[in-house]
Structure formats: C-alpha cells, structure tokens
Write a protein that binds this ligand. Sequence first.
Ligand code: SF4
Ligand code: SF4
Ligand code: SF4
Length: 335
Amino acid sequence: MAQAEGTGNISAATRRKTVAAAGLLALGLLCLVQVFVRPPMLLAERFVPGAGWIEAVLLAVYAALVCRAMLDPTRQPRWRRFTWLLFSVAFYSQLLLGLAGIEKCLMTGKLHLPVPAVIAAGPAWRGEEFFMLGLFLTTVLLVGPAWCSHLCYLGAWDDLAATRRRGAGPFPRWTRAGKTVFASAVIMTAFLMGVAGVPGRAAVLTGGVFGILGVAVMAWFSRRSGSMAHCLFWCPIGVLATRLGRISPFRLVIDPSCTRCKACIRTCRYGALSEEDLERGRPAISCTLCGDCLASCRCVSIRYRFIALSGDHARALFIVLVSALHSVFLGLARI
Ligand code: SF4
Ligand code: SF4
Ligand code: SF4
C-alpha cells in the first residue's frame, strides 16, 4: 500500500539531501561560532586550541545521523527522547563539573539558575540580560514550540516522569486557561520583585524554590497523569513557547481520513489532542510539534504543514532544523 503524506515517504535522493542539509547547517553555525565568538564556546577548543574544529565536524556528523533516524516517523519518538535526554544530561553534567572547579565547563563563569522559568523571570526581575530570552525567541521563530519537545535542558525529565505511566491520561481542561494566568503571575512576581529592589540572594532563593517545586510537580503529577504536568502548567516558558510558537509557520494538521480511533490521544503527553481537537482537524495550542502522534496513527491522518510544502517535505524541513539546533545546543549550551 502506498504511504500517504506525513510518513517519511520521500525519495532516497531527497532523504540524502535532507540528511546532508542537517549536517551542513550544524557545521555552518558551529563554524561561525568558532570563528567569531570569544572566548571559545566549543569545549574542545577551550582545552586544546584548534580542537574546536574537530568537535564542530563531529557534531555536524551527529546532526546528520540524528536527522536520518528521525526522518522515519516510527523511530522519531524514541530518538527524540534519547537526544533530548542526552542534551539535558550534558547540560547539567557541565554545570556540576563547573561547580566542582572546572570553570571551562561553564559558559562565562557567571552562574544563573538552571531553571527554564528564569529565561523570562530573570530579565523581568533584572530589567537586563536578555541573551537567553533572545536565544529562546530565535528558536521559537525557527521551529515554533519545538523548544519544549526537543531543545529545552529540563523538559526531558518531565517527559521521563510522564512516560512512567503507560499512555497519557486526561489532563484537566481548566489548565488550558489556568496556565496562562499562572505564567503571567510568575513573570509579574519577578518584575515586582525587581521594582521592589529585592536583593539578588533572595531572588535566587525564590527561583531555586520554584525549580524544586517544579521537580515535585514532575514526580507527583506527571508520573500519575502520564501527561507532562510540569511543562503543561508549572513552567511559564511552556506558555510562551506554545503561544509565540504560532509565529512560526510550522503546524500539525489532522486530515478528514481520521477514523477517530483515539490512538493519538493516548500518545500525546502535552494534552494537545482530544475528540474536539480531532473534530477541528488540528491539535490544541499546547502542541509542541513533538511528532509522537504521527507514529501512533495507522491511518496516516496526521501531518506537518509549512506554508505550501507537502506534509513529507514540511516534516523533513522541521527535522533538519531541530536536528541541527539540537547538535549546536549540545556543543554550546551551558550555564
Ligand atoms: S515547559 Fe519549561 S521545562 Fe518544559 S520543555 Fe518548555 S521550557 Fe522546558
Ligand atoms: S499533538 Fe502530536 S505533535 Fe502535538 S504535542 Fe501532541 S503528540 Fe506531539
Ligand atoms: S490515531 Fe489517526 S486515525 Fe486515530 S484518531 Fe488519531 S488521527 Fe485519527
């Protein structure tokens, strides 16, 4: 039976070009960083001058391999989880090594809290240091809300907690509106703390407590519900990523061929699929373009969309971008 759109049904030649594009994009970005950014950002360059070029090539090859694996929608969920967790482990390991005294493992040596909420709450409190927020917004522009399914340094742990339960359970619908209110409250609190002149130590302590409570949300709610409760409700960056992600033209659509078997609803850990969403032909706004539902749909009724591209080509473009960004983040992202 011929495969329909969205299944990775692209020609071998297109597949080869797609894989090469991911590798070249990663290599190009890493070379720009290697040439123009000082002090050096690639870890190998910091230890052995010149070795950063070798690391850039290895990361580019890695991006191509990840892209090749993820082009197969049935393998994408496994590879997404593996690469996402790998990045998170690399990120936090470097932080621990930096704290242990190996300062080359830190970005600048100036510590920030490794809690995603601080990406927005930090600048709201300080009124400055918009670098991480800028980086986040750039990725949102490129790949929409996929920051929250492929690129964030913490979300993989919420995914790990949620997948302890077989199949996603129903997530309360009130959270769809409630999380916007909660996220606004978190960022507004940070802003008011800045206006009130709350000292740095107290602000860091507040951020730390928020992060620890977030881990408790993962351990308790995500494990029980099978949905990513931390990312769906607790973390304000999730709200920003999914709302601002609408700027990017990447979308997920559900074709009329859908038989309402509901297999995808049980797969979606982001609470983005319900019977009403199937009826509307698109997931809810909490969709992060993770792609897990494509693997669960036997009718091949779910596909990516990007302007006028076919489902397969839209998906291929998406995979190129997330594979390259993941590889670049793996090489550069640290505190
Ligand atoms: S919601 Fe927050 S913790 Fe979850 S993936 Fe997004 S930024 Fe990361
Ligand atoms: S609707 Fe599909 S792509 Fe979107 S979050 Fe759910 S499983 Fe992932
Ligand atoms: S898995 Fe496919 S056919 Fe079944 S409800 Fe979801 S989109 Fe429809």
